[in-house]
Write a protein that binds this ligand. Structure first.
Ligand code: HXC
Length: 258
């Protein structure tokens, strides 16, 4: 892989690092296509129960590649937007839980990548924002849709309309990130969070993620029906019998890998 590195730990945690540090990991077509291919492999990789994504160097991802976009016409720009949306949908739809470990700048398409993850943790020094308005464009990799769903319409519009870069502390207050870590403790903290989640039942985590994601995309009534359906499906699994049996026998559960 030219732009990505995937490390798989024995504890079920996968670490995907974006490696284009000379351009602050800016996203071009080749990088997005590589990411798409890598995510397809990860979705089938039973050794990865939780995926952490980070950037190499001083940025998470500083956005889509501005030099690549500058000469584009309407059709080319739309195709580029659709490529990024397809890739980030694939990330969002991964069966495994995902955590963005935001080590530095997460701007434009970089923040959109983080928004497609289930959780976001950040370095106390990270900077986040959707600066597209200042470049004469709107976001095209999902922020007009995922950002308001995450932090509310008015807060999202403020970030989108002003293009402001905000601190990690402001992002935490907005609910844009879940946790902050000292810069040199970020990766360790993200991997520890991932390892904690990876100890849970992989199959039940998948049902849980699906129930939440399908539910928030629909009405409360339909969402509750989805919850009840997956709640029932849990009782078809070995891990439900093991989890409840372990409680009753006053021991730790030994969930099956899946
Ligand atoms: C291309 C980029 C880049 C980007 C940084 N670089 N961001 N190249 N596209 N998005 C390159 C710089 O050109 C420079 O290359 C090198 O990375 C280091 O960046 P510097 O600017 O020298 O670093 P610094 O002064 O520390 O400033 C860091 C920064 C700034 C504040 C993050 O680089 C910046 O503002 N970048 C652009 C952020 C942005 O606007 N992102 C949104 C893009 S639009 P050289 O060769 O000079 O060393 C977008 C739309 C998504 O993401 C949807 C598309 C459909």
């Amino acid at each position: 892989m030219d732009f990505l590195r995937l490390d798989i730990q024995d504890n079920g945690v996968g670490l995907l690092t974006i490696e284009r540090p000379e351009a602050l990991n800016a996203l071009n077509e080749a990088l997005l296509l590589e990411l798409e291919e890598c995510l397809t492999e990860i979705s089938k990789e039973s050794r990865i129960k939780v995926l952490v994504i980070t950037g190499s160097g001083r940025a998470f991802v500083a956005g889509a590649d501005i030099a690549v976009m500058h000469p584009m016409g309407e059709e080319q720009a739309k195709v580029f937007s659709l490529l990024g949306q397809r890739t980030f949908n694939q990330l969002s739809n991964l069966p495994q839980p995902t955590i963005a470990a935001i080590n530095g700048y997460a701007l434009g398409g970089g923040l959109e990548l983080a928004l497609a993850c289930d959780l976001r943790v950040a370095s106390e020094k990270a900077k986040l924002g959707q600066p597209e308005i200042g470049l004469g464009i709107i976001p095209g990799f999902g922020a007009t849709q995922r950002l308001p769903r995450l932090i509310g319409t008015a807060r999202a519009k403020e970030l989108l309309f002003t293009g402001a870069t905000i601190s990690a502390q402001e992002a935490l207050a907005l609910g844009l990130v879940n946790r902050l870590f000292a810069p040199d403790e970020l990766l360790e903290g993200a991997l520890a969070l991932a390892a904690d989640i990876a100890q849970k039942s992989a199959v039940i985590l998948r049902y849980l993620k699906t129930a939440v994601d399908q539910g928030v995309a629909t009405s409360l009534a339909e969402g509750l029906a989805i919850e009840a359906q997956y709640f029932g499906v849990c009782f078809t699994t070995y891990d439900q019998k093991e989890g409840m049996g372990a409680f009753l026998e006053k021991r730790s559960p030994r969930f099956r890998d899946c």
